[in-house]
Design a protein around this ligand. Structure first.
Ligand SMILES: NC(=O)c1ccc[n+]([C@@H]2O[C@H](COP(=O)([O-])OP(=O)(O)OC[C@H]3O[C@@H](n4cnc5c(N)ncnc54)[C@H](O)[C@@H]3O)[C@@H](O)[C@H]2O)c1
Length: 381
């Protein structure tokens, strides 16, 4: 308190701590992970499950909670980005309201990809001003990125994640068995975020992706080297997120690939997945970096070759200098008045720039078009 009687200063600090834990075979009856969350055992759990995940795992989920004597209300959530809406957010809240749970001791459980964990996190953050939640990612995107941080949100007014909250989970359980049923396009979609991390911060990860990425894709990350690639990606991502959980610092390495991608994935005619839009941005941003001598030609070639080798199909018909420029202007508001564009510095390093010009974007788009011709496999859709 200050001496001045008409000014009261309130200060409060709340520690944030949660675990992201590898947890194989999460629905095996012997696995205690989901059973033991929350202080009271054997009570109620509100569980939100992605519809495609439910198709594959509904019996295992039901058996698991029944075996442990838990009264589980499973809400099956429709799949896909188009469902990350205000209406669905309110629907989940209404369903939750019909199934009373203790405010502190009965965490809600989110089982699905980034769409589902984002919406469930926002539900948890706003219902009764905050109830605990646990995340179980079932996509590669969720595993290495969407579920392990504290950002939650829904799309609003044609903007992605325009409504949301920073809502730390109680726990995140990573079970790579879910990747066995994930469609190939979504394996590649998650790969794009791993390429991002490799290029901007982790040269060794880049080398691992070069040497083992293709077999990881083929095995859907079920072999041991793939497990260590996943661990490295999760660890690296958390290393970036932890010191800046609430994004007080707006210049973030993990925003590499998230500048121009925004306009591409929110365009009314888009059919790009989040990771695909991010990958187009990674390539354009790397061309910008090359033009500024931040990246050598040989490094650029290694990146394009890697993407080409993975066979990631990109529908880049929306890429124009105008759209990318307008997006950069919009992102500048999001980044509080400065561009703060993360560009690669070599492979594994990062430089932030605030002075990207339209002409540079135009020229990067031209070179991108030319490279298309020599890297045909990347661009087939
Ligand atoms: N909060 C964050 O920090 C953060 C970070 C990155 C991305 N995101 C968000 O994540 C979302 C994208 O996430 P996503 O790529 O996981 O998409 P998604 O949640 O739409 O899942 C992709 C598809 O895979 C299906 N699916 C999920 N798991 C499956 C499984 N094991 N087997 C078979 N099918 C399965 C889903 O039904 C869906 O059709 C975007 O909305 C993006 O904004 C959030």
């Amino acid at each position: 308190m200050t001496d001045n009687a008409s000014v009261w200063r309130v200060r409060y600090q709340r520690p944030i701590e949660y675990e992201v834990a590898n947890c194989e075979n999460i629905f095996s009856l012997e696995n205690e992970a989901l059973r033991s969350i929350g202080k009271r055992r054997d009570t109620r759990r509100f569980i939100i499950v992605d519809e495609n995940v439910n198709q594959h795992f509904s019996k295992q989920i039901a058996d698991y909670f029944e075996h442990h004597g838990i009264n589980a209300r499973v809400l099956v959530f429709p799949s896909g980005e188009k469902n990350k809406t205000v209406d669905n957010y309110l629907w989940v809240l209404r369903e939750l309201d019909k199934f009373p749970i203790n405010r502190r001791d009965e965490p809600i459980i989110a089982i699905g990809g980034g769409v589902l964990t984002d919406i469930a996190g926002f539900v948890a953050g706003s219902y009764r001003r905050g109830i605990p939640h646990v995340k179980v990612p079932t996509t590669l995107m969720g595993y290495v990125d969407a579920s392990i941080g504290i950002k939650a949100g829904i799309n609003f007014n044609n903007n992605k994640n325009r409504l949301g909250a920073f809502e730390p989970p109680k726990k995140v359980f990573l079970d790579r068995n879910f990747l066995k049923t994930l469609p190939p396009r979504h394996i590649l979609n998650g790969m794009c975020e791993m390429i991002k991390l490799a290029v901007i911060k982790d040269y060794e990860l880049f080398e691992l992706l070069e040497s083992h990425g293709t077999s990881s894709i083929e095995s859907r990350f079920q072999d041991e080297t793939s497990a260590s690639i996943l661990d490295r990606s999760v660890g690296g991502m958390l290393e970036e997120l932890q010191p800046n959980l609430f994004e007080d610092e707006l210049a973030r390495k993990v925003d590499f690939g998230h500048t121009f991608s925004y306009g591409l994935e929110t365009h009314p005619e888009t059919d790009l997945l989040h990771g695909e839009a991010v990958l187009i941005d990674i390539l354009i941003s790397s061309l910008l970096a090359f033009a500024r001598d931040l990246v050598a030609e040989q490094e650029l070639n290694r990146l394009f070759d890697l993407v080409s080798k993975f066979g990631i199909a990109l529908n880049d018909t929306l890429v124009t200098p105008q759209l990318l420029w307008e997006t950069l202007e919009e992102r500048t508001y999001h980044r509080n008045g400065l561009q703060r564009v993360p560009l690669p510095k070599g492979l594994g390093g990062c430089a932030f720039v605030n002075d990207v010009k339209f002409e540079e974007v135009e020229s990067a788009c031209k070179i991108y078009e030319e490279r298309k011709k020599s890297n045909e496999p990347i661009y087939q859709y």
